[in-house]
Design a binder for this molecule. Structure first.
Ligand code: 5AD
Ligand code: SF4
Length: 479
């Protein structure tokens, strides 16, 4: 039975800082031999948790002397932070590893590291050991805080270094982080997952639920705000069960109340909520908050009671609909988004109809629809009635059509309104435009200077383009 450590392991972070000093010497030596600063590239697959982990990896790499670059071809150190939630994520990693092999042949000093969820699977490690011998370092999700130490080991050895843990009760923070955006950041509030949805590999690769001490979370966010952050995204596999296992239990709603009080913090988001644990207390806190964004991501997975039971989701279609109703009655302007899986074992067209019925009734603002992926080691992989591919695609297409129609309808509701947007970055297609994010998570593009990034401005939503808007900054408040 794992212990639930509620405090940050400061001895471990001090040790890792010592390794960072050693790594500085290794990178300096490399710099001498290259005649320039060595460059690194961190590629992230998967979810927001992984994106946050990558910021931690990049924090250490820059601290020890690497220069971050966007393009793998330019890098002297490439690291893939992998995902394994669906098999296509794994296949993408193998595909890109092939290309990296050619790069390494041209550039023998190139170091390659793999980490993240996919590395927690034994079959993956076996495959890399036999077919991808050129990889230098492999570690998993539980020992990412040891990155500095692992780097030193990698520099001191020629052979492949593999360090995978099956679990941990350690929480190690206080290490360098290099944020992708200066004004917004993810914040881990808990690690792991105890839900064991029957299709999902996450509990096996991310381990049991461990919550961070609320005081440490608040302290971390206060420091971020001092450093220019105006928006945080609280991260956990199931934030609604935050704090249950702490020595002094705390609810997620209580944590939100604490975070809300941080001066200078303007927006709070969180991800992901499990419908079975979403409390009325949370709805109430959201309703009365000026800072918590008007967006809830509430994975449905299926609208069929029979499939929900087989998925071990622990709610029914009626319960989900009632919850969505409670949320929308409390906050009519809230955006509800969801995840749906098509083709779970035993799913019939009638089950798909049930899912579509929920989509129609809830009118999701956006929904990610996934094709079921059989994950070795999960209970669903053993279930009878695996659905043939053509049938899965039929169901998937039917769901997608309704999802897109309802999302378009919802998006149109905001036409002509003025809403606050956090100015995020230069528009990818048109450099005269900036892209902003509304509280409801929708994007809006409008003419603005690059220097506006990080500001929260009122934007008139002039033209709806399906899932996003174009508009203009205005001084006028919405009436
Ligand atoms: N197959 C397909 N989709 C999956 N998800 C999780 N596991 C699987 C799987 N085996 C989806 C769920 C989850 C999202 C992050 O990924 O919809 O909410
Ligand atoms: Fe992928 Fe899940 Fe790992 Fe995120 S936690 S990277 S979704 S397997």
């Amino acid at each position: 039975m794992a212990r639930y450590l509620s405090t940050n392991d400061t001895t471990e972070s001090a040790l890792q800082r010592e390794y960072m000093e050693k790594a500085v010497a290794c990178v300096a030596q490399l710099e001498d031999s290259l005649g320039r600063k060595p460059q690194c590239c961190v590629t992230t697959f998967g979810c927001q948790m992984n994106a946050r982990d990558s910021e931690k990896l990049l924090g250490i790499l820059t601290q020890i002397g690497y220069l971050p670059v966007e393009n793998e071809e330019d890098a002297d150190f490439v690291i893939y932070n992998t995902c394994t939630v669906r098999d296509n994520a794994n296949q993408r990693v193998y595909g890109r590893l092939g290309a990296l092999h050619s790069l390494k042949k041209r550039k023998p000093h190139l170091k390659i590291a793999l980490c993240g969820c996919m590395m927690q699977e034994e079959s993956v490690i076996d495959k890399i050991k036999t077919s991808y011998r050129f990889v230098d370092l492999i570690f998993g999700t539980h020992n990412i805080f040891k990155f500095a130490q692992l780097l030193v080991t990698m520099f001191e050895n020629q052979e492949m270094i593999i360090d995978i843990w099956h679990e941990t009760d350690q929480i190690v923070e206080d290490l360098p982080v290099r944020r992708k955006y200066p004004y917004k950041s993810g914040v881990n509030i808990m690690y792991g997952c105890n839900n064991f949805c029957s299709y999902c590999i996450v509990p096996y690769v991310r381990g049991r639920e461990r919550s961070r001490d609320p005081k440490e979370i608040v302290r971390e966010i206060e420091n971020m705000v001092r450093d220019g952050v105006v928006e945080v995204m609280l991260l956990g596999q199931n934030v609604n069960s935050y704090g249950k296992n702490l020595d002094v239990p705390v609810t997620f709603a209580q944590l939100l109340r604490e975070v809300e009080q941080i001066d200078g913090l303007r927006r709070i988001r969180f991800m992901t909520s499990h419908p079975k644990d979403l409390s009325d207390e949370l709805i109430d806190v959201m309703k009365h908050s000026d800072k918590i964004c008007r967006h809830l991501h509430l994975p449905l997975q299926s609208g069929s009671d029979r499939i929900l039971k087989a998925m071990n989701r622990r709610y029914t279609k009626a319960q989900y609909l009632a919850l969505a109703d409670r949320i929308r009655s409390a906050m009519p302007d809230i955006a509800l988004t969801t995840d749906i899986i098509a083709g779970f074992p035993g799913e019939t067209p009638a089950d798909v109809d049930e899912t579509i019925d929920v989509v129609r009734r809830v009118r999701f603002d956006n929904a990610f629809t996934f094709i079921y992926s059989r994950r070795t080691g999960t209970p669903a992989a053993q279930m009878s009635g695996q659905v043939p591919e053509t049938v899965v695609h039929e169901g998937f297409d039917r769901i997608l059509k309704v999802v897109q129609d309802t999302a378009r309808e919802r998006a149109l509701l905001w036409q002509g309104q003025v809403m606050e947007a956090l100015v995020e970055e230069v528009n990818e297609q048109d450099a005269s435009l900036m892209t902003g994010r509304l509280s409801n998570n929708m994007l809006v593009h409008f003419p603005a200077k690059q220097s506006m990034a990080g500001r929260i401005v009122p934007v008139s939503l002039d033209t709806c383009h399906g899932f996003y808007y174009t508009g203009h900054i205005t001084t006028q408040k919405d009436g």
